[in-house]
Write a protein that binds this ligand. Structure first.
Ligand SMILES: Cc1cc2nc3c(=O)[nH]c(=O)nc-3n(C[C@H](O)[C@H](O)[C@H](O)COP(=O)(O)O)c2cc1C
Length: 192
C-alpha cells in the first residue's frame, strides 16, 4: 500500500539539536518507500495562531498554511518529533498543530521525543499523547525517545548509539501497521 507521512518538527531555535533526529527519521521513513514531507517551522513559517486554517475562505489562507493543509490532507499518518520545553511542547510545534483540525482525523500519530538529558523527552511525550488524541490522531503505543540528543547523531545525522536503529525499526513497524489498517478503514468511510 502506498503510504504518505507528514513528519512534524517543532523547534525554531538557532542552536536547535532535534533537527538531526528529524532528518534521521525522514531518511528511515523514506527507506520504507513512503512519501515523506518534513514540516519544519523555519521553512513553513506560520503566524502565531489567529485564525485556524478552517476559518479562512477557500483560497484565502496564507501560502504556507495552505501548503501544510495540503500535506496534512494527503498524509496517512503523522510522526511528531518533539523536544521537551519545561516538560511540555515547544511553542512552534503547538502553533503548527493548533492551526489544523479535520486534516488529522482518523489517522494515527507516532511520538518521537528528545531532550538534552537522560529522560529522552518522556514528559513531553505524555502531554503530546493527550494533545494528539484531542486532535483526532491518536498516538501508537510505542514511543521513540532520543536521550542526550545533542550527542546522539553525527554530522550526517547518523545515530552514534547502537539502540537507536533497532528501537526506530520497532517503532516504525508498529506505526506502519496502524497507518495501513486505518487507511483501509477510511476507504470504507468515517463517522465524521
Ligand atoms: C525553554 C526550554 C525548556 C527546556 N526544558 C527542558 C525540560 O523540561 N526537560 C529537559 O529534559 N530538557 C529541557 N530543555 C533542554 C532541551 O531538551 C534541549 O535544549 C533540546 O536540545 C531542545 O530541543 P531543540 O534543540 O530541538 O530546540 C529545555 C530547553 C529549552 C530551550
Amino acid at each position: 500500500m502506498d503510504l504518505n507521512v507528514a513528519l512534524i518538527y517543532g523547534s525554531v531555535r538557532s542552536e536547535r539539536q532535534g533537527i538531526k533526529a528529524a532528518r534521521f527519521l525522514k531518511r528511515k521513513l523514506e527507506e520504507r518507500g513512503y512519501q515523506v514531507n518534513l514540516i519544519d517551522p523555519l521553512e513553513y513559517k506560520l503566524p502565531f495562531l489567529d485564525k485556524m486554517y478552517k476559518e479562512y475562505e477557500a483560497g484565502q489562507a496564507p501560502e504556507n498554511m495552505e501548503k501544510i493543509a495540503g500535506i496534512f490532507r494527503e498524509a496517512d499518518g503523522f510522526v511528531v518529533v518533539s523536544g521537551e520545553y519545561n516538560h511540555s511542547l515547544p511553542p512552534a510545534l503547538k502553533n503548527i498543530l493548533d492551526h489544523f483540525q479535520s486534516e488529522y482525523l482518523f489517522k494515527p500519530s507516532a511520538i518521537a521525543a528528545y531532550s538534552a538529558g537522560i529522560f529522552g523527552g518522556m514528559r513531553v511525550a505524555m502531554h503530546l499523547r493527550a494533545v494528539l488524541a484531542e486532535l483526532g490522531m491518536p498516538s501508537i503505543s510505542s514511543l521513540l525517545p532520543f536521550p542526550r540528543v545533542q550527542d546522539s547523531f553525527d554530522e550526517k545525522d547518523q545515530p552514534v548509539n547502537d539502540f537507536i536503529e533497532p528501537s526506530t525499526k520497532r517503532f516504525l513497524d508498529e506505526f506502519d501497521w496502524y497507518m495501513t489498517a486505518l487507511k483501509r478503514q477510511r476507504q470504507e468511510g468515517t463517522p465524521l
